[in-house]
Design a protein around this ligand. Structure first.
Ligand code: DGY
Length: 317
């Protein structure tokens, strides 16, 4: 059974996949083009995909009727047309849980880098600009007593909330429905409009869906407080990037930290020029341990399905 792996994965995951079938792994250090992806998929029983691969009905058709599972190495699966695959009898799996702490850690790192001007200070020193300590020098914003607004209190949102509590922040959250986790986190459910209007830091943890695409647009940014910060570690298209650049340039909010981008890997050029913006290249899950766990989980999902068992992490249309 042919198993197609669209981008290099750790050896430990390959070992599992090799037990389950005959592995073909892309050896180019870039995402496959849509054509290359369709070509590679031919005859596949399983595809191990990355978040940059668009896996739709055309890819499944190219694989043919033997395709049984697409294992996406990510918790997000907006790159996979789950409904089109379900119509063709193909299962889809993702990798929840294993990247929760790594992503929450990075979210908090960005939040601190932004509010305490860490990246900006680093740039100042590297530029060898003169400086001296004084009481008004490069002041940032403290977190104790401030309100963190979490959009989407799923596993990652909850992990961010736990970290925020340790920093003395108040937690409010919004989402499709109230979360059973709110009591343990002392978090208050509010409508998104109220969250945007009252939070000192807004952190995005909702999945990318048609409803959350451009959730943070010009109108939403105008509602935020002028002193508020925005952090996005979920998916780029949740934020309208040109509208964010406008809002920052007009002082509508105090700053933004982004790990994900609307047209990844491109970044809205005006954001690159702003000192009150911190940018990282989709590093949320980027620790050795977490990326290995993600690949292992995807491989285990493939092995389970190809051996006739149930997938460990099925996603549903
Ligand atoms: C995911 O798993 O969806 C993350 O974006 C990968 O870091």
């Amino acid at each position: 059974m042919r198993i197609v792996v669209t981008r290099r994965v750790p050896e430990a995951a390959l070992d599992i996949l090799r037990e389950a079938g005959e592995v073909w792994m892309s050896d180019v250090d870039r995402p496959l083009s849509p054509d290359e992806l369709r070509k590679a998929a031919r005859g596949a029983a399983a595809i191990v995909s990355m978040l940059h691969d668009r896996i739709d009905g055309t890819v499944a058709d190219s694989a043919g009727p033997g395709l049984r599972v697409v294992a996406n190495v990510a918790v997000g699966y907006d790159n996979v047309d789950v409904a089109a695959l379900a119509e063709r009898g193909v299962l889809v799996t993702n990798t929840p849980g294993v990247l929760t702490d790594a992503t929450a850690d990075l979210t908090f790192g960005l939040l601190l880098a932004l509010t305490r001007r860490i990246a900006e200070g680093d740039r100042l020193l590297r530029a060898r600009r003169p400086w001296s300590f004084h009481l008004g020098f490069m002041l940032g914003a403290g977190l104790r007593g401030k309100t963190l607004g979490i959009v989407g209190l799923g596993q990652i949102g909850q992990a961010v909330a736990r970290r925020a509590k340790a920093f003395g922040m108040r937690i409010i959250y919004s989402g499709r429905s109230r979360s059973a986790a709110e009591a343990g986190l002392d978090a208050r459910f509010v409508p998104t409009a109220e969250l945007l209007a009252t939070a000192d830091v807004v952190s995005l943890h909702c999945p990318l869906t048609p409803e959350t695409t451009h959730l943070i647009d010009a109108e939403a940014l105008a509602v935020m407080k002028p002193g508020a910060f925005l952090v996005n570690t979920t998916r780029g298209p949740v934020v309208d990037e040109p509208a964010l650049a406008d809002a920052l340039l007009h002082g509508e909010i105090a700053g933004a930290a982004l790990d994900v981008f609307e047209k990844e890997p491109e970044v809205e050029p005006r954001l690159l020029e702003l000192d009150n913006v911190v940018l990282t290249p989709h590093l949320g899950s980027a620790t050795v341990e977490t990326r290995t766990e993600m690949a292992l989980l995807a491989a285990r999902n493939v092995a389970a399905v190809l051996s006739g068992g149930e997938p460990l992490n099925p996603v549903h249309p």
